[in-house]
Design a protein around this ligand. Structure first.
Ligand code: UDP
Length: 453
């Protein structure tokens, strides 16, 4: 599956500087990219803000440098996303410039290993492109989500606000409805309107790397080629090229794997809403009843803070744990990729973050899609209506009956079997994409040559 790997110490292609956005769903793909480029002979330096910093011990061959971010503690603890995005882009350009400057002037004669060939930055960290161009260094943007999300974001400023909540199709994005666009729930805020052009701008960028796969994005390819003017490298799913690259911001409960080992194949529903979203107590309680009443085995990630107003699992209905007994396992954080690859897992009830969606498709696991915000709606719509590997819970408010019925459809009924078959087909296609001659494999080769040249 892998491209020919260089031995450790053969970092002769020069240095790559990575600038991740400090959230779990964005740190992971950036470190996976670093692992892939390291295996191809580049030395890797990760320049990151001071908060949510990746654990250096998980990637001992990389150099980690923290820069002053100036983000107040209260914005971090309340995850005030707009203050964080604007703050990072306002505060970090200068320290990054200074660091790049020092690095370039200090090490001119250390040969290839130290020469910075390019800066690769998360699309939310667009200040990095300005800092790189100041030093005449090439920069490449990493988009950690799909073509469909990129096109949906680019479409937003052109849409009349009264259209947002409608089910009408978005022009040129046939399968997406206006209400699937990343703004539909909150409306178009000034912050969002300001961010979109900054995120999609590639004027100072040499190329775009995508953590996606051509076989999933066929319906969006033509439109993307029209809108993306610089070379594009879809090299996903990167976790498959870099299976050992993990950087958990929380400790994973490995007891759930021992529990999965005791379950029969395809019998377990894995339930997780990723690292950031929060749901209200009413929805969480309805989920608990649906899981209990469905009589299906389940592994539920209850991340502390997931349920608004509950520190952890206090919201669970009385008697829940006793009534489900050994049939259910609750974890605070799970080794998700390992869980999805486990033969006992037959379905994934997900918020449809892009990493979760890719990880599920890569393992042939069909989904119950319950998007909460942002690009999750786009991913959910693609999973349910473009790839036919998911069942979308579309109503704003849901009760336990609707949820229980979705669980049964996915885990027991014919509809679920069809989606599982389709998901297995995608798993095979994805496997082909990352094997020699496949689309992601070729794109990765092209990317390595592009950076080296
Ligand atoms: N994840 C995990 N254990 C969990 C929940 C999530 O390892 O219990 C990982 C998951 O594998 C994925 C990332 O956290 O790589 C979540 O990213 P995603 O884009 O799905 O959602 P986000 O957290 O950004 O909303």
């Amino acid at each position: 599956m892998m491209m020919k790997k260089k031995q450790d110490g053969e970092q002769t292609r020069g240095g790559v500087v990575l600038v991740p956005f400090p959230s779990q769903g964005r740190i992971n793909p950036m470190l996976q990219l670093g692992t892939i480029l390291y295996s191809q002979g580049f030395s890797i330096t990760v320049v990151h803000p001071q908060f949510n910093c990746p654990d250096p011990s998980t990637h001992p061959h990389f150099t980690f440098e923290s820069i002053d971010d100036g983000i107040p503690e209260e914005d971090i603890s309340s995850w005030n996303i707009w203050n964080i995005i604007w703050g990072l882009n306002d505060n970090c350009e200068k320290p990054l410039k200074e660091w790049l400057d020092r690095r370039s002037s200090k090490m001119p004669d250390h040969g290839h290993q130290w020469r910075i060939t390019c800066v690769i930055y998360d699309d939310l960290m667009y200040f990095a492109s300005a800092a790189a161009s100041h030093l005449k260094l090439p920069s490449i943007v990493l988009r950690t989500n799909s073509f469909a999300t990129f096109l949906a974001r680019a479409a937003i400023p052109l849409i009349k606000p009264q259209k947002y909540m409608t089910g009408d199709p978005v022009p040129n994005l046939q399968s997406l409805r206006f209400k699937d666009l990343p703004v539909a729930k909150v409306g178009l805020t000034e912050d969002f309107l300001r961010l979109i052009p900054l995120m999609i701008d590639t004027r100072t960028t040499s190329a775009v790397i995508w953590n996606t796969i051509e076989c999933l994005e066929k319906p969006f390819l033509t439109e993307l080629q029209k809108q993306c003017q610089v070379p594009s490298f879809p090299i996903g799913p990167m976790h498959k090229f870099a299976p050992d690259s993990t950087s958990n911001l929380a400790n994973a409960d490995t007891g759930c794997i021992t529990w999965l080992d005791k379950q029969t194949d395809n019998s377990v529903l894995y339930v997780s809403y990723g690292s950031q979203v929060c749901i209200d107590e009413e929805e969480a309680t309805e989920m608990a009843f649906a899981l209990a009443n469905s009589e299906q085995p389940f592994l539920w990630v209850l991340r502390p803070g997931l349920v608004i107003g509950s520190k952890w699992n206090e919201f669970l209905p009385e008697g829940f744990t006793q009534s489900v007994g050994e049939r259910g396992y609750i974890a605070k954080w799970a080794p998700q990729k390992q869980v999805l690859a486990h033969p006992a897992v037959g379905g994934f009830w997900s918020h449809c973050g892009w990493n979760s969606t890719l990880e599920s498709a890569s393992e042939g696991v069909p989904m119950i899609c319950r998007p909460i915000s942002g690009d999750q709606r786009v991913n959910a719509r693609c999973a349910s209506h473009v790839w036919a590997i998911g069942l979308q819970l579309d109503n704003e408010l849901l009760n336990r009956k609707e949820m229980e019925s979705a669980v049964r459809k996915l885990m027991v009924d014919e509809q679920g079997k069809e989606m599982r078959q389709m998901a297995k087909l995608f798993k095979e296609k994805i496997q082909v994409s990352i094997t020699q001659g496949g689309s992601s494999y070729n794109s990765l080769n092209d990317l390595v040559n592009f950076i080296s040249s």
